[in-house]
Design a protein around this ligand. Structure first.
Ligand code: NDP
Ligand code: 2IT
Length: 449
């Protein structure tokens, strides 16, 4: 079962429940962090006196607005958009925008809350924020996506700025959307302010390796976890959920390091290819044609398609959840462990349920939580901001090298923190406490703000 809360933390959590009714994903994210902070309050009583935890749980600012737009047949459509500016103790609010029909305030707040600690772990000067809309890009034309993005930015631009709030992509937001958003920001503000958005195209201020960064970073973190155990990715059988940006580049780097990827998925089903996923075909279907994963099995004789199925039933040594929150349950975790899984690295945000995490921790397998394992994306966004600020453009190799160093440092920080707090190798404890300490000390130093 899930751990209890320290007696000082339980009332704080109850307050979060009371003040944010119905926001179940936000409650889950807060609880997971609070469960690990008991020993921190013992060591640093000033955090309780200054109510640092209560302050971290309350966003600095939340913006909710209407996004009206016209579809291709001239009909008026209305969506709702959000930007939650959660914490700016370490730098401008930084975090992606998600376009998905499931988006509501509770999802944006869970993502923004996670982002605070993740960004702190990178060691780079970025605060935490997140945004998004219940707009569904699936089945929309480029022109519809453009009109939606322009309308959204017409309101959002007043809240942004390279020193204020810097969005990027997330589910449903990639190069295409960032392009339309940046174009509209530039037009309204009359400023070529490259650092206001990250994940831009290479021709207009983007960073090399940003597209690959989250997936690659997850594999670098995984490699470090395996190294501690005297192991490596060479020859390991892996399954990956999702087939979007994070999944594709996790697959690419894992393959480069000698792993065999035998399954991936989308929200309709999973493909299993014991011959190893054909990455070129996957990219063609997903990045170029924007079609469903089912098409992969139609074009590849060695592959089978499970309509409505998940990848977690496929026997593997490494599991990489790279799709969405709560996609890996305790039942899935039990099956994975029973079938010989030795490591899990979360490319997605909060993909494993609390009960699922407990199964992995009890089994003693290497478990890399999202806020540490997927921090390579936002870290490379901060590198994009550095390049924009100096009007420079780095090579792929140099940028990837910086990403690798950052991921190695995050791993070391999490591991050492887990040791310091008597939970050696528990990266959930290590990531939460190390991220919290960096933000908490900064907040204390900045006074009551
Ligand atoms: P994409 O939109 O590129 O891909 C998302 C993938 O996940 C798709 O295969 C999608 O399938 C699947 N998916 C999305 N929602 C659901 C759902 N409700 N149920 C089942 N499958 C779903 O997004 P990203 O790859 O960028 O993001 C994936 C995860 O990684 C998210 O949790 C995101 O927050 C996290 N992340 C992303 C970063 C980035 O830099 N992009 C950085 C750090 C974390 P379908 O096409 O059928 O919807
Ligand atoms: O969840 C995440 O870290 C992201 N979607 C990336 C955020 C960013 O600002 O690059």
């Amino acid at each position: 079962m899930v751990a209890g809360l320290d007696e000082k933390l339980e009332p704080i959590y109850q307050d979060v429940l009371r003040r944010n009714p119905g926001e179940t994903e936000f409650h889950q994210a807060v609880r997971e962090v609070l469960e690990t902070l008991g020993p921190v309050l013992v060591k640093f009583p000033e955090f309780a006196e200054q109510k640092i935890i209560q302050r971290i749980c309350e966003p600095e600012r939340q913006i909710i607005f209407r996004v009206p737009w016209q579809d291709d047949s001239g009909r008026v459509q209305i969506n709702r958009a959000f930007r939650v500016e959660f914490n700016s103790a370490l730098g401008p609010y930084k975090g992606g925008l998600r376009f998905h029909p499931s988006v509501y305030l509770g999802i944006v707040k869970f993502l923004g809350f996670e982002q605070i600690f993740k960004n702190a772990l990178t060691g780079l000067p970025i605060g935490g924020g997140k945004g998004g809309s219940d707009f569904d890009p699936k089945g929309k034309s480029d022109a519809e996506v453009m009109r939606f993005c322009q309308s959204l930015m017409t309101e959002l631009y007043r809240h942004l700025g390279e020193h204020t709030d810097v969005p990027a992509g997330d589910i449903g937001v990639g190069h295409r959307e960032i392009g339309y958003l940046f174009g509209q920001y530039k037009r309204i503000s009359n400023r070529y302010e490259s650092g206001v958005l990250t994940g831009k195209g290479l021709a207009w201020g983007g960073s090399r390796a940003r597209t690959e960064a989250t997936g690659y970073g997850t594999i670098f973190f995984l490699e470090e976890m395996l190294k501690v155990r005297g192991d490596s990715l060479e020859g390991k059988t892996c399954v990956v959920s999702g087939s979007g940006n994070v999944a594709i580049y996790a697959i690419e780097k894992a393959m480069a390091l000698g792993a065999r990827i035998i399954a991936c998925s989308d929200s309709n089903g999973a493909v299993i290819d014991q011959a190893g996923i054909d990455l070129d075909l996957l990219k063609q279907i997903k990045e170029v044609e924007r079609r469903r994963i089912r098409v992969y099995a139609e074009e590849k004789a060695s592959a089978t398609y499970l309509e409505g199925g998940s990848v977690w039933t496929v026997p593997c040594q490494v599991a990489l959840p790279c799709a969405t929150q709560n996609e890996l349950t305790a039942k899935d975790a039990e099956v994975l462990v029973k079938q010989g899984c030795i490591a899990v690295a979360e490319g997605a945000n909060m993909p494993t349920t609390p009960e699922g995490i407990q199964v992995f921790l009890d089994a003693g397998i290497a478990f890399g939580p999202g806020k540490a394992a997927n921090a390579g994306g936002v870290a490379t966004s901060a590198l994009e901001m550095q390049q924009n600020a100096s009007r420079d453009s780095w090579t792929f190799d140099y940028t990837e090298q910086r990403l690798r160093e950052i991921m190695t440092n995050i791993h070391r920080t999490c591991y050492e923190t887990s040791e310091e707090f008597c939970a050696r190798g528990n990266y959930v404890v290590g990531a939460n406490i190390a991220g919290f300490l960096r933000v908490g000390h900064a907040m204390a130093a900045l006074g009551l703000i």
